[in-house]
Write a protein that binds this ligand. Structure first.
Ligand code: GLA
Ligand code: ZN
Length: 676
């Protein structure tokens, strides 16, 4: 086991955030005060330049980097490292005026006007050229600065563009995907349906709102293309930076389970995974523990993009945000808890958007470490400083990683195909929530599952859950079979293996591509239930699992039936099955039930996989990070009541005290125990 500390320069965790000194260049007093306050808050990094283009290059070809150099120097002198961003997240007015092609075209075919951010065309040659020029200059000027530890590419990549460049590129992309053969594409997309056959690639248009939206294969390829093209743009930027300073790692900040881009395809292009974490704390629909659990899931998604390496929480709000339906303040103590959660989940950083509140414009009331009042005498500042302090106490845990033998299979293509398919019920497909619900149920047992893609090598896992895997990538079925064969515990659900990567249905019975043999069942029909409809599954142990939304009718071939429907015309028919296959077990749950109902099944799988649950009080999270030197156990009390945990021995790092078996967590309290 090696320890892979992300930034050895910092000697531990990174603590910092987005810093926009370019908004305050006429206030040297404020910039000087920033340094003092950063040191006071235990800040050791600042993300510079995310939206600085119009100050860095106020007119085309006229560059002003002196101010940035002065800031990077001054920060460095004070022990604060720079995460240097490329400015491509927002364009200066001169650029759009001179090169309108940089502005994106929407689904209706309408070109955006100048303004906003994150809205450029990823294909525009002029835009790429301008980005390349400034990126190269930045890398040349600052890449060798000892204070610069990481490049941050653009900001929160997102969105699609329907401009002529993008349409042309899409055709080219398809031409390559389908081996230059339009008949291959016609077959894959089943275009004879409704007479949609193409004679050549030039006839293909992306799914314009008033155009072709009824070919599922086309819709899915457009999604894939959007990721491919965003990746291509990102690689254009990373390529320039790496050509100048290959030794500086690069990241791009992701946004949780964002629906527009397949992050699994982008992750390999980055050295470090980072993401922006904005939970809706204290909302009116769930408990804090639930909000935290959902956040833990998002952290796991990010962590799993580069297994075995820490990731970074690039942004989070020190107090509140300004864009949620209700912008509620984080209650006292919650900031500390949420920051510790990021670390517990494998982040090597706690970073904020933003250091100082801007005076005007869109985000003037978005939370920051330093408020308009401008002092350190605020609740938020004190809470941030407290985090700075505790990050130092737990610094030995930096570079360790979360290791687990359980995984949830989550596939972006599948997600898009499920959302797009004309089947099931319009309102209740909920693929993402279904996956998360299952992940959370394991998490309540102290199991922090990895979230992996269909192509992942499953060898390092002993337990895999693959919910609603409607679309099978080439090789996925074999991957699952091999996993079970060599002793894995696998669980799949209704709506598995209906279509291939082109969204063509498997013939000969679902689940296709050999999965019928693995599970020993054939799914013959799927029933969608109205929101008020219920069915049940009678389990062998006498319990009844409530069924909502979906129920598949199975023909059992050679599986053991563990539960059967209690209602309707399929009453008495199999609903939960298990087939012993090779050395492992393949479970199939044919209907939607709350993940909580399936817990006994999960526990059985864990037992067979020799994965052990933690005995946790309600609302307490358990996490582990390990490295050569051992294991750090994190307990987070996400409730307002005191909680006791037991079964732990070691040194607690936040208080420096020894723990012998049990420990008390105060309300919203946490413990980080270096296990004996
Ligand atoms: C995103 C962006 C930031 C800022 C924050 C506000 O994460 O990256 O620039 O707008 O949201 O929450
Ligand atoms: Zn475009």
């Amino acid at each position: 086991m090696e320890k892979n500390i992300l930034f050895p320069q910092t000697g531990g965790f990174v603590h910092g955030g987005d810093y926009n000194p370019e908004q305050w260049l006429d206030r040297p007093d404020i910039l000087e005060e920033d340094i003092r306050l950063m040191k006071k808050a235990g800040i050791n990094s600042a993300t510079l330049g995310v939206f600085s283009w119009s100050v860095l290059e106020p007119k085309e070809g006229e560059f002003h980097f002196e101010w940035l150099e002065a800031i990077i120097d001054r920060l460095y002198e004070n022990g604060i490292y720079t995460v240097l961003a490329t400015p491509s997240g927002a364009r200066p007015a001169w650029l759009d005026a001179a090169y309108p092609e940089a502005m994106r075209v929407d689904r209706r075919g309408m070109r955006a006007r100048h303004g906003g951010r994150h809205n450029h065309c990823m294909s525009s040659p002029k835009y790429r050229e301008k980005v390349e020029i400034i990126d190269r200059k930045l890398a040349k000027r600052f890449g060798s600065h000892p204070g610069v530890i990481l490049y941050h590419i653009s900001n929160e990549f997102s969105g699609e563009c329907f401009c002529p460049y993008c349409v042309k590129k899409f055709r080219q992309y398809l031409w390559e995907q389908y081996d230059h053969d339009i008949e291959k594409l016609n077959a894959a997309w089943w275009t004879t349906f409704w007479s949609h056959r193409y004679n050549s690639f030039d006839q293909i248009e992306p799914p314009f709102e008033n155009g072709e939206t009824s070919v599922m294969g086309l819709n899915l390829e457009w999604k894939r293309f959007t990721t491919w093209n965003t990746n291509d743009f990102m690689k254009h930027e990373t390529g320039v930076l790496r050509s100048v300073t290959p030794e500086i790692p690069v990241t791009a900040n992701f946004m949780r389970l964002f629906g527009g881009l397949d992050y699994r395809k982008m992750a390999p292009e980055l050295d470090v995974i980072s993401w922006d974490n904005y939970p809706e704390f204290h909302n009116d629909r769930e408990t804090l523990a639930e909000t935290m659990r959902e956040t833990a899931f998002q952290h796991s998604v990010m962590r799993s993009l580069k297994a075995g390496k820490p990731f970074m929480m690039m942004e989070s709000a020190p107090g509140l945000v300004n864009w949620q339906p209700v912008n509620k303040l984080k209650r006292p103590g919650i900031h500390r808890l949420a920051c510790l959660q990021a670390i517990a989940c494998g982040s090597d950083s706690v970073q904020y958007f933003q250091w100082r509140k801007s005076r005007g414009s869109f985000e003037q009331f978005h939370g920051a470490v330093v408020d308009h009042i401008g002092t350190d005498d605020t609740r938020i500042f004190r809470e941030v400083a407290e985090v700075g302090d505790l990050l130092k106490k737990i610094a030995p845990a930096a570079g360790t990683t979360v290791r687990t033998r359980a995984a949830l299979l989550f596939d972006w293509d599948n997600r898009w195909a499920v959302a797009d398919t004309k089947a099931l019920s319009q309102e209740s497909k909920r693929y993402e929530e279904t996956c998360r619900g299952i992940w959370e149920e394991f998490f309540k047992l102290g199991i922090d599952m990895d979230v992996v893609g269909s192509d992942e090598n499953l060898n390092r896992y002993d337990l895999v859950v693959a919910p609603m895997l409607f679309l099978l990538q080439p090789g996925t079925a074999q991957n699952l079979k091999t996993f079970v064969e060599r002793g894995g515990q696998l669980l799949a659900t209704y709506f598995t293996g209906y279509v291939n990567r082109d969204t063509l249905c498997y013939l000969g019975g679902f689940p296709g591509d050999g999965l019928k043999e693995l599970f020993g069942i054939v799914s013959e029909e799927i029933d969608s239930l109205y929101p008020g409809d219920r069915n049940g599954i009678q389990m062998a142990d006498g319990s009844i699992w409530e069924v909502r939304d979906y129920a598949e009718i199975l023909r059992v071939q050679d599986a053991e039936v563990l539960g059967s429907y209690t209602e309707d015309f399929y009453r008495g028919m199999a609903a939960v099955t298990c087939k012993h296959y090779g050395e492992g077990n393949a479970y199939y749950v044919a209907a939607r039930t709350d993940a909580g109902r399936m817990r006994p099944l999960f526990e059985k799988m864990m037992k067979d996989a020799r994965i052990f649950a933690q005995d946790l009080p309600e609302g307490v999270e358990y996490h582990e990070r390990s490295g050569d030197e051992g294991t750090y156990a994190f307990y987070l009390n996400c409730t307002a009541e005191e909680k006791a945990v037991s079964g732990i021995r070691g040194k607690e790092l936040l208080t420096g005290t020894r723990v012998d078996d049990s420990l008390i967590l105060p309300e919203y309290g946490a413990a980080v125990v270096k296990r004996d």
